[in-house]
Design a protein around this ligand. Sequence first.
Ligand code: MG
Length: 541
Amino acid sequence: MVGVNISWPACLKDKLTFTRFTVQSLQGLHSKVVVMGAVSNPKIQKLLKKYRSISLLEKTKAVLEWDLNVNLPPKASRARARQIAFITQLLTRHWQDPQLRKLIEEAAAGREKLTPIEKAILRNLEYQAQLYFKVPAKIIVERARVTAKAFPVWKKAKEESRFQDFAPYLQRIVWLSQEIAQYLGYEDNPYDALLNLYEPQLRSKGCEEIFSQLQPALTKLLTRIQNSPQYSRAHQQKALFEQFTYPQATQRKLALFVLRRMGYDLKAGRLDSSAHPFTIDFSPTDVRITIWFRRNDLRSSLMAAMHEGGHALYEQGIPPELEQTPLESGVSLGIHESQSRFWENQVGRSLAWGSFLFPILEASFANFPRVELQDFLLYLNWVEPGLIRVEADEVTYNLHIILRFELENALINEQIKVEDLPEMWREKMQKYLGVEPTHAAEGILQDVHWSLGYLGYFPTYTLGNLYAAQFAQTMREEIDLEELLSRGELSPLLNWLREKIHRHGSTYWPQELCQRVTGQKLQPHFFLEYLQHKFQQIYEY
Ligand code: MG
């Protein structure tokens, strides 16, 4: 379950569409907010004031969405939809405020004179406002209208495995995405305009460069693992562990134990369960997570807790003085995902942490398989090419992303048609993973993203894996990671992340942040070396 992601629609919207924006109003409500001492430019000060209302509306909407996903009584959904739509309307109005636009343009005209912090504030505002400034309102409204209809259609089509029911909606969503790309602008590939919406400065060329290194190396690694002496043993262990049941109350206790050890502040957050795990923040002092439980799979809740805990620690670690400013959240989806994947994989699936956790699990469940540590580690790092992205292991996960990237790129560039997708999906699954879906629900219809209009989102998951590995390698050069993990001591890890990443909020864009943290740009080889080193130990090839 490497892919337990921000995969719930409300949260996707929260992270993607509006996070970090604002305008002001409601004098007095904001008067307590710290205006950053570093800001002296009067235009930026005015922009900060305007942003506060956007931020407040955004967080208010997030509370409604959290409640929708965690607590909502069945009869309340229509009323809740109206409430969320109303706040969304208000937010859009704030973004389309001509005064905000004028201020941003005036501040941009004097960009050279701004301090680095002021420049970062302006840059983030320009980035987030681009959709509202460049794309005509009727296109944005049309996209909202089409995706609102497309989501339930996708859900039902998935249940019934009928791609033909969803295809006309997807057709329209692709067309709208092409239109949006035209308005946003791009150099040579319209898909770049969409990628850039989800990860600042991400381009298809950059993705291709990364994927062309990853794909052959991952395929080779997978073959090695499949031919290794321990491969069938790993499968036996998985089957064995799944014969047992693990009470939900105990799973929850363990999740809380791990979250506390990670440094998640439960006085500034809470743990609930929901259909899909997600993280949502209303302020650095209120960052909530949800996980899910599987009776026969104790990894599900643990890994979800570590994944979402990683997202949550990032938001809890953002300094109060950045709150309600355009620097207030994690900087991008890719960097956010690096934090969740760091805790889930680099920590949660590591041999050292696994050896710390094993006796605790044994002691916690009255009914626990009688296995040796080595077998537990095989279970934890079970590898198999499968059909479903969110269930994929660390080795095969990115192959699922490569497939989606190639299809989206081809769709937006009109090299393939929507009706070709199921067949292309089958071909690429066979090519990259050696397995083929027998029906659409386990193939083309498995992900929610396209139904919500999120074309260009998937590559950020791979970026998360790569950033996590590169950050972890840099961390290893400074602290004895394996030693700390084997003792279950996680606070030095969190302190490192706080110092290097969290405290900056979104002051530095991903590429610059990576350079500052690791001394170089993003390099896929860190991830590949990490995988090779780890799986060689586990699978003894
Ligand atoms: Mg995630």
